[in-house]
Design a protein around this ligand. Structure first.
Ligand SMILES: [Zn+2]
Ligand SMILES: [Zn+2]
Length: 264
C-alpha cells in the first residue's frame, strides 16, 4: 500500500501568483487519488501577499490562511492537508517541511535567515530543506545558485518547469550528491490540476503530521515519484544556459563533475 502526496502547492490567498484558493484544490486531488497535499506558499521574501509591516505573529497568522482554508475543506472532504513553505533567496527557492505555525510564531528570525541559518535551524527543529526546481532557467532568474551542503533533498521533477531538461539536470545533480529526490507540481491554479498535470511523491507509510514527511526525506524513505514517464531522463545534452554559482567551497568537490559539465 502506498500513499500519494502533493508536495508543492500555492494558494491565491497567500501567493501573489496563485490563482486558486486553498479550498478549491481539495476535490481535484481527491479525485486523482491523493492521500494528502502540502501547502507551500511563497514565504517572507517570496511573492507573498501578506503585509511585511505587520508584527511577526500577526504576519504568521495571516500567512497560514491559505493553508487553513485548504485544511478545513480537506477535513470536510477527507483529504489530509499539511503545512510547509517556500522561501526564495537569489532566484533559488527552498521548500521547508516539518515545522508548523506555532514554531514559526516563536521564530521571527526565520524571515532573515541566510541559507546556512535556514538549514541549521530547520534541521535542529526536526524539519528538512528541499531545493525546489534547482535548474529552472526563467526570465526572472539571473543565475543558478546551488547550495549542495545546505539541503536535505532535491526536487527533481517540477510540473511548473517549462523545459523537461531542467528536471533531467536536477536528477543528475541529486545523484551526484547522493541526495534523495522529490517531485511536486508547483501548482498555482486548479486548471493545471483538472488537466491532470500534477506530480507528487509516494510514501509507504501514511503521514500523520508534517514531521513524518521531514523524517521520510531525512531517512531517505521516499517510495517513488509520480511524474510522467521519462520526465527526468537525461538525453546527455542538457546544459545550464545561465551562470551557475555553487555556494560553499568545501562542497564544491562533491559537485565537481557536474560543475565542469555545466560550465562547458
Ligand atoms: Zn508562484
Ligand atoms: Zn513554488
Amino acid at each position: 500500500m502506498s500513499y500519494l502526496y502533493e508536495t508543492h502547492l500555492h494558494t491565491s490567498q497567500i501567493s501573489a501568483c496563485g490563482e486558486s484558493r486553498g479550498r478549491e484544490y481539495i476535490r481535484g486531488y481527491k479525485q486523482l487519488g491523493y492521500t494528502g497535499i502540502i501547502v507551500t506558499d511563497h514565504f517572507y521574501r517570496g511573492n507573498c501577499t501578506v503585509n511585511r509591516n505587520l508584527p511577526w505573529r500577526e504576519w504568521v497568522n495571516q500567512y497560514c490562511r491559505g493553508f487553513e482554508d485548504a485544511r478545513n475543506e480537506g477535513a470536510r472532504q477527507g483529504l489530509d492537508v499539511f503545512f510547509g513553505w517556500e522561501e526564495t533567496f537569489d532566484g533559488d527557492d527552498y521548500l521547508i517541511y516539518g515545522l508548523g505555525k506555532e514554531w514559526l510564531m516563536e521564530h521571527p528570525e526565520a524571515a532573515r535567515w541566510s541559507r546556512r541559518e535556514q538549514f541549521l535551524a530547520v534541521r535542529e527543529a526536526g524539519g528538512c530543506v528541499v531545493h525546489a526546481h534547482p535548474f529552472r532557467q526563467h526570465y526572472y532568474i539571473r543565475s543558478i545558485t546551488l547550495a549542495p551542503a545546505l539541503v536535505d533533498a532535491v526536487e527533481a521533477a517540477n510540473a511548473g518547469n517549462h523545459e523537461q531538461y531542467y528536471d533531467a539536470l536536477a536528477l543528475r545533480y541529486a545523484k551526484k550528491l547522493g541526495l534523495p529526490v522529490t517531485a511536486g507540481s508547483d501548482v498555482h491554479d486548479t486548471v493545471q490540476l483538472a488537466a491532470g498535470d500534477v506530480f507528487g511523491v509516494y510514501l509507504n507509510k501514511k503521514m500523520e503530521t508534517i514531521a513524518d514527511y521531514a523524517a521520510a526525506i531525512r531517512g531517505n524513505a521516499i517510495a517513488g515519484l509520480k511524474m510522467p514517464h521519462g520526465r527526468c531522463d537525461s538525453r546527455g545534452d542538457e546544459k545550464a544556459v545561465l551562470p551557475v554559482d555553487i555556494l560553499d567551497a568545501e562542497e564544491r568537490s562533491a559537485a565537481q563533475d557536474l560543475w565542469d559539465f555545466l560550465k562547458n
